[in-house]
Design a protein around this ligand. Structure first.
Ligand code: DX5
Ligand code: ZN
Length: 224
């Protein structure tokens, strides 16, 4: 059975206090910390890069689940590997010509390779990366247009999650965008087990409660 992984998106945290925000999330029961890396080309927003991951790594041993919203993910493998990233998820739209090399490089730096797809990208585009002899180990299905926190969950993306879960029963399937108490049922019952949640966790008066609710919903869905 796939394990639930609840990953608060640090994009919604107080960036001026990143280390203590990370510690707070781990204390609240987070499994992973989701780190959104963007630099205004692939998406219209600018966030953090390897130097910030390197600084944060000095304060936490947590799994840093890095989501690369960049046009040239290969350029980030070495710096992020050195910085102490744990997962490296690139976008299929940005790696059409070099995903084999990317996966190989990511693994050689000791990180877990994942592939993500935007809402408009058909799910079939990631199948070759899962079925390759050197496969990705996670698929991140975007449930909003990447770029910003606080957007509305797109339920129609659950068809992609269902198709993936049917084909790959033990694959880590992550969803990202608009996840929280009111949308987790849809995502969990479709088959997602890694849940990114930014505004619903950081905006809650009791983040630990939200994290445990997300986890329990995933556990219950995968048990039935
Ligand atoms: C959006 C990012 C998300 C974002 C999610 O491009 O990939 O990780 O922080 O935020 P919420 O949960 O608020 O939709
Ligand atoms: Zn993300």
């Amino acid at each position: 059975m796939v394990k639930p992984k609840i990953a608060p998106s640090m994009l919604s945290s107080d960036f001026a206090n990143l280390a203590s925000e990370a510690e707070r999330m781990i204390r609240c029961g987070a499994d992973w910390l989701h780190m959104d890396i963007m630099y205004s080309h692939f998406v219209p927003n600018l966030t953090i890069g390897a130097p910030v991951i390197e600084s944060l790594r000095k304060h936490t041993e947590a799994y840093l689940d890095c989501h690369l919203m960049v046009t040239n993910p290969l350029d980030y493998v070495e710096p992020l590997g050195k910085a102490g990233a744990s997962g490296f998820t690139f976008h299929v739209e940005a790696s059409k010509d070099n995903w084999r090399e990317l996966v190989q490089q990511i693994k050689s730096k000791g990180m877990k390779p994942g592939v993500s797809l935007k809402p408009g990208t058909p799910i079939e585009e990631v199948y070759p990366l899962i079925e390759d002899e050197n496969p990705v180990e996670m698929v991140l299905v975007m449930t909003v247009e990447p770029g910003f926190g606080g957007q509305k969950f797109m339920p129609e993306m659950m068809d992609k999650v269902r198709a993936l879960r049917k084909k790959y029963p033990s694959l880590d399937i992550e969803v990202d965008g608009g996840l929280g108490p009111s949308t987790i049922d849809l995502a969990a019952s479709a088959g997602a087990n890694c849940i990114v949640a930014g505004s619903s966790v950081f905006g809650a008066s009791d983040p630990a409660h939200v994290i445990s609710l997300l986890r329990k919903t995933v556990e219950d869905a995968h048990r039935s």
